[in-house]
Design a protein around this ligand. Structure first.
Ligand code: KMH
Ligand code: ZN
Length: 280
């Protein structure tokens, strides 16, 4: 496979309110338009948190299925549903999003303080998500908020086997208040703890977005960007839209001489089969 960068778009998240951030895509049409624009700019994977018609985060299954179907119809992106949800979501509802049969899903590897909240990820939930994804043919992206969670990943793979698709892909989520900082030193500390053969992406929350992106590229890593994590493009300059963030990431990937992977190449990398062709 050619050297390239997997660009994952995380357009919405569960933390920001539409009233505070009008550019946040929350309706089906807004999510689809964002996904389409960002695919054209170099995104290959969509990390998706769904919002209800009231614009608030929801794990309501019919709504999740509706958004997944709409994105699939309009784009070729790998659809990766969040099983992290919002900090208030119960474990059962987070597991139930797997019923929407995404290509991939996030799997957070440990409990972490999340600002003033706690993002709750006990061992039994981690194992349940990992096992259910294996059984359902869903490829996990392991979300790592702190160095010790990579030891949890090693234990998980050792005790419960490799994920569906056979490839381990990790996203280092850096700069969450309560997790590891978004610094080159923290990213470098994670590298020796990655499982053999694993690939990694990195995401820097808030003002750590740019330094984490540069550190990840310099270490051969992939990128996740989007308004889930970043609402300020530069000091005193709010992000205009998700496309602005994807364009910057794709540009840096080209400068690094590892241009963005296509969705098809992303599937190859992650061990996800091509979707069944639906005429559009
Ligand atoms: N919304 C955060 C509490 C994930 O999507 O898997 C958790 C999160 C991680 O965003
Ligand atoms: Zn997320």
């Amino acid at each position: 496979m050619r050297p390239g960068t997997l660009v994952t778009l995380a357009p919405t998240g569960a933390e920001s309110a539409k009233a505070d951030v009008p550019a946040l895509p929350v309706t089906v049409d807004e999510v689809v338009a964002t996904a389409r624009d960002c695919q054209a700019l170099g995104a290959a994977v969509l990390h998706l948190h769904v919002r209800g018609t009231d614009t608030r985060p929801t794990l309501d299954l019919p709504r999740v299925r509706e958004v997944v179907a709409a994105v699939r119809e309009a784009t070729d992106l790998v659809v990766q549903l969040s099983t992290g949800g919002a900090v208030t979501d119960p474990a059962e509802a987070r597991l139930a999003v797997l019923d929407a049969a995404p290509d991939a899903a996030s799997l957070s590897l440990g409990t972490v303080n999340f600002g003033r909240d706690v993002f709750y990820n006990p061992w039994d939930l981690i194992v349940e998500l990992h096992t259910q994804m294996q059984q359902r043919g869903i490829v996990p992206e392991y979300e790592v908020f702190d160095l010790g969670q990579l030891a949890t990943l090693a234990r998980l793979l050792d005790r419960h086997g490799t994920p569906h698709g056979g490839h381990v892909h990790v996203d280092l989520v850096m700069g969450v208040p309560g997790g590891m900082p978004g610094t080159t030193a923290a990213l470098a500390a994670c590298l020796p703890a990655l499982p053999p053969g694993a690939t990694f992406a990195a995401t820097g929350v808030g003002r750590t977005s740019l330094p984490v992106m540069l550190a990840a590229l310099s270490a051969g890593g992939h990128l996740r960007v989007g308004m889930e994590d970043t609402l300020t493009y530069a000091p005193d300059e709010p992000v205009r839209d998700n496309a602005q963030l994807v364009a910057r990431a794709a540009g840096l990937a080209r400068i690094a001489q590892r241009p963005p992977l296509t969705p098809s190449e992303a599937r190859q990398l992650l061990g996800i089969p091509e979707p069944v062709e639906v005429p559009r």
